[in-house]
Design a protein around this ligand. Structure first.
Ligand SMILES: [Zn+2]
Length: 495
């Protein structure tokens, strides 16, 4: 049995057989039932999600002579049959990856003016349309502006962002999503049952996961596995064929990383093997880290996760994941994969230690006390202007070791942007002549802000002026006189 046989056999022939694209299919069915056909469709989505399969079903539906009330093609009329057999002269499929030049496109567009041979529409399906050269795109655009009534264009692309907005605006866009693992699993169960291939539950789940959202990949992986396993699939064999590491080895590796035990780590790695798929091993480890992080976030614990993993510092998990991610692309360099995985995992141990140090509570003799800053005084000496200065005027600032905490009123905190932060941080680093670590919060102590200091000074100044005025003898006379007058006036009113 070859991949082609399985794929051809299970390629959807009508909308109801399409897997995992309910919204897109519903929209297309509706547009057919309401007879509001468009002159251009753009199918977008990652590889293997069914873009060209759905485009073909749509083409059949548009030209079918016996379409049913649900908008499904009959798959029996001449038009449907010729499209199913790849023999329709009114349905033209082009792979833009191999025919991207302007001459190819011109030749194609020349045929547009001829009426369809035996169908209602002449339909052009251009796959991987983003591969066309800019000249080809321009030629296409002219035809999209005023297409003949008998012509329908269908474009498919994995790279939506490379399509000109002027093309997109003239198309009905059909977005296809990656298919969920469970949906793929259910689909596989159905196919394996119909094909009478025995399997255990775990083996199909492994295939569904390895397909990473693509029905086509799920089928091609199934094909490979079926031929290796001689139609009797079990989880262990499938794991071996696909190079998917055992959960146990992943747990052991992660344990030696968080235990900061490089010896045990290398022992585990050695037991896994020098010539195995190390990229899959790293991916498996990252998947495990990701599942632990999600479990922590959702406050639960999946069965496959060790009890002690749940208590790993979440920021450490993020850190390990980042290291994994930044090292994944090294596998495509062609360099020895065993060296890459060794160095990546050792890096995780080394950085894990560093991370521990940074985040552990400092010992008593280490100075963590907040330094006594005379912040308003420093504020006046900072080399800063404009909005950052206005913001800092309302801030209270604390410094301990190399950390600087800037507390702001909520109003200021909400308008603080990255550029302003940068200005502020540069001026503090300049002032203290060291690289500080900055953090921000809204717990401002308004009695410690430069603004408050100014107000106190201001009040003090007013008080001084008041005092000196009150000491003035002529002032006393005037005020004394006024008081007497006031009393007299009141008394007059009372009587
Ligand atoms: Zn038909």
């Amino acid at each position: 049995m070859s991949y082609l046989v399985l794929a051809r056999k299970w390629r959807p022939k009508n909308f109801s057989e399409v897997v995992g694209q309910d919204h897109a299919v519903e929209a297309l069915r509706n547009s057919i039932s309401s007879k509001s056909s468009h002159h251009a469709y753009l199918f977008t989505g990652t590889r293997g999600v069914g873009k060209t399969s759905i485009a073909r079903i749509l083409a059949k539906a548009l030209n079918c002579s016996d379409i049913n009330e649900n908008g499904e093609p009959c798959n029996e009329c001449d038009s449907c049959n010729s499209i199913n057999n790849g023999a329709s002269i009114d349905f033209i499929e082009i792979d833009a990856a191999s025919r991207r030049g302007i001459e190819d496109t011109k030749n194609l567009l020349e045929t547009i003016s001829y009426l369809p041979a035996s169908s209602k529409y002449k339909i052009y399906l251009i796959d991987e349309v983003h591969m066309l050269t800019p000249e080809s795109f321009n030629a296409l655009l002219k035809n999209l502006e005023e297409p003949p009534a008998h012509v329908i264009f269908m474009f498919a692309t994995t790279e939506y962002k490379k399509i000109l907005p002027t093309i997109i605006s003239r198309c009905l866009q059909v977005n296809l999503s990656s298919v969920g693992t469970n949906t793929i699993l259910e689909h596989l169960k159905k196919i394996f049952k119909m094909e009478k291939i025995s399997h255990d539950e775990g083996s199909l789940l492994l295939i569904a996961e390895a397909a990473k959202g693509s029905i086509r990949d799920a089928l091609s992986i199934s094909e490979k596995v079926i031929s290796y396993c001689n139609k009797n699939l079990n989880e262990k064999d499938v794991r071996n064929i696909l190079g998917i590491p055992e959960p146990k080895i992943l747990s052991n590796l992660l344990t030696s990383i968080i235990d900061e035990d490089p010896e045990e780590l290398l022992k585990q790695l050695e037991s896994y093997g020098e010539y195995e798929d190390h990229e899959s091993l790293l991916q498996g480890l990252m998947d495990l880290i990701q599942v632990i992080a999600v479990n922590q976030f959702e406050n639960k614990k999946d069965n496959e996760i060790n009890d002690n993993f749940i208590s790993i510092d979440p920021s450490k998990l993020q850190f390990l994941y980042q290291i994994g991610l930044s090292n994944l692309n090294h596998f495509s360099t062609g360099y020895d994969s065993y060296s890459i995985i060794k160095m990546t995992l050792l890096k995780m141990v080394a950085f894990s230690k560093e991370h521990q140090k940074k985040n552990s509570k400092p010992s008593d003799n280490e100075s963590t006390q907040t330094e006594d800053l005379s912040w308003p005084k420093i504020f006046n000496e900072l080399n800063i202007n404009g909005m950052p200065k206005k913001i800092l005027r309302q801030a209270s600032v604390q410094k301990s070791n190399k950390k600087l905490l800037i507390s702001l009123p909520e109003k200021m905190f909400s308008i603080l942007n990255d550029n302003q932060k940068k200005d502020i941080e540069i001026c503090f680093n300049d002032y203290f002549k060291e690289e500080l670590k900055f953090s921000y919060d809204t717990k401002v102590d308004s009695s410690l802000t430069p603004e408050n200091e100014d107000q106190i000074k201001d009040k003090g100044l007013k008080k001084n002026i008041k005092n000196s005025i009150e000491k003035d003898s002529s002032y006393k006379e005037i005020v004394g006189g006024l008081k007497i007058e006031k009393v007299k006036f009141n008394k007059k009113n009372e009587t």
